[in-house]
Design a protein around this ligand. Structure first.
Ligand code: NAD
Length: 438
């Protein structure tokens, strides 16, 4: 099949590459010339495990090309996937300017029956809007399909190749038959392609992300309570999660959720409910609690150092919003850094892949270390914000020798409190060990 993907970011590049890998001819369209130059060389502008190899292979086999010419790509392909940004607007809604602008251009460009497949996360009614905009520009037949993407950064290639499910919203039998064909290679193991109307498909994505954000936030509330009552959230998690109705994933307490999806999607769903006069009380609480949770480590740091905090240097491990990605959008690390800088703290940070992206956000207001141990030299404590695997089992004797004061603030509960005490550290976790009080 001949396919195009408009927008080659975290979603579009993975979608385009994986669709090429399953034998399709794919044209990836972007309006960022620098990104296109990088991609044409077979280099990935983002860090995503497994992506570069597939990218190089499919470029070499001439199934994958990159262009800024949307008009030509739309004319040459039968199915046009949209993987465009839908960032948070000032009023909290999803900003649809990129999706709607591309829809208008597609209306002018199409030269026969096309399927426009929206993979961006968009509010209910967007497929209708896209359809109206295209119809105003063309006499050709077309269908608009809502096909929200559920891949996770850090595991995006395997998520797309082996999805838990594929959600396709369309009222056109013609489009659905073609979509079934496109996705056949990805559902061979029996995971379903769930077909529904466009509105339900659009809402499914927001419901899924908001539910996951709620699950994390609920555990963070339990963790905060654990500290006050002298319980250990890690044990509570295990006790709860073994109930199949609850499940183990997404029960880990920490420094709040971040990333390019959960914060904006919770906010957009809240906006949708406001527009429809529905007070979505749980989600309001989720947003407020998460804002507070991003600062729990800062509160512990303030309490620990007291008046002596100003002027101290602290080491920080992990900048990306989660491991295995270089994405720092809405990362808790940025909130923590900004709060500590305001308190007059100096920060020496290390992340395996996200330092360049962090530099774009906070510049040289912090120092960047070439390795995790280097970040510790001269620091009065270590803050762990992202649970990269390589941070899980460091040489604690070396950590202690390098730090000026043996203090660890573990924002992801990756260390064992008893072991930390045995090694001579003052240890602060989230919702365990009395939050460092014992
Ligand atoms: P991104 O910012 O990484 O990528 C968007 C790309 O679109 C960029 O390369 C940008 O240059 C390009 N672009 C912008 N305007 C354009 C235009 N007019 N023409 C051509 N290209 C244009 O965004 P992303 O993280 O890939 O997210 C895309 C959508 O997918 C969003 O709606 C997001 O909510 C959703 N989503 C994201 C994830 C994720 O993990 N990142 C997962 C599922 C769904």
């Amino acid at each position: 099949m001949k396919l195009s993907v408009v927008g080659t970011g975290y979603v579009g590049l993975v979608v385009g590459t994986c669709l090429a890998e399953s034998g399709n001819d794919v044209i990836c369209v972007d309006n960022d010339e620098r990104k296109l130059r990088t991609l044409r060389k077979g280099e990935s502008p983002i860090f995503e495990p497994g992506l570069t190899d597939l990218l190089k292979k499919n470029i070499a086999e001439k199934r994958l090309t990159f262009t800024n010419d949307l008009d030509a790509a739309a004319k040459k392909t039968d199915i046009i996937f949209l993987a465009l940004p839908t960032p948070q607007a000032e009023d909290g809604s999803a900003d649809l300017q990129h999706v709607l602008a591309v829809a208008k251009k597609l209306g002018k460009a199409i030269n026969g029956y096309k399927i426009i497949v929206n993979k961006s996360t968009v509010p209910v009614g967007t497929a209708d809007k896209v359809r109206e905009i295209i119809a105003a520009e063309t006499k050709h037949d077309f269908d608009v399909v809502s096909n929200p993407e559920f891949l996770k950064e850090g595991a995006a290639v395997s998520d797309f190749m082996k999805p838990d499910r594929i959600v396709v919203g369309s009222s056109s039998q013609r489009a659905l038959a073609i979509m079934q064909d496109v996705y056949a290679p990805f559902v061979r193991t029996g995971n379903p392609m769930i077909v529904m109307d466009e509105h339900s498909a659009e809402l499914t994505k927001y419901a899924a992300n908001s539910f996951l954000a709620t699950k994390i936030t609920f555990m963070n509330e339990i963790a905060n309570l654990c500290e006050r009552v002298g319980a250990d959230v890690d044990l509570v998690r295990k006790g709860m999660g073994s109930d199949v109705r609850i499940g183990q994933p997404f029960l880990f307490a920490g420094v709040g959720y971040g990333g390019s999806c959960f914060p904006k999607d919770v906010s957009a769903l809240l906006n949708t409910s406001r527009v429809h006069d529905y007070p979505f009380a749980i989600l309001d609480a989720v947003e407020n609690v998460n804002r507070r949770q991003k600062l729990v480590l800062v509160d512990k740091i303030k309490k620990h150092y007291g008046a002596g905090l100003k002027g101290k240097t602290l080491a920080l491990w992990g900048l990306s919003f989660k491991p295995n990605t270089d994405d720092v959008r809405e990362a808790p690390a940025l909130t923590i850094i900004n709060a500590l800088l305001e308190l007059g703290v100096h920060i020496k940070a290390f992340d395996p892949v996200a330092m360049d992206e962090t530099k774009k956000k906070v510049g040289d207001s912090i120092k960047y270390a070439p390795g995790n141990y280097e970040a510790l030299k001269g620091a009065s404590g270590l803050i762990v914000v992202t649970e990269w695997n390589e941070f899980r089992r460091p040489d604690f004797d070396r950590v202690k020798a390098l730090l000026k004061e043996p203090v660890i603030f573990d924002g992801r509960n990756i260390y064992n409190p008893a072991l930390m005490r045995e090694k001579g550290f003052v240890y602060y976790g989230i919702g365990r060990d009395g939050g460092g009080k014992k």
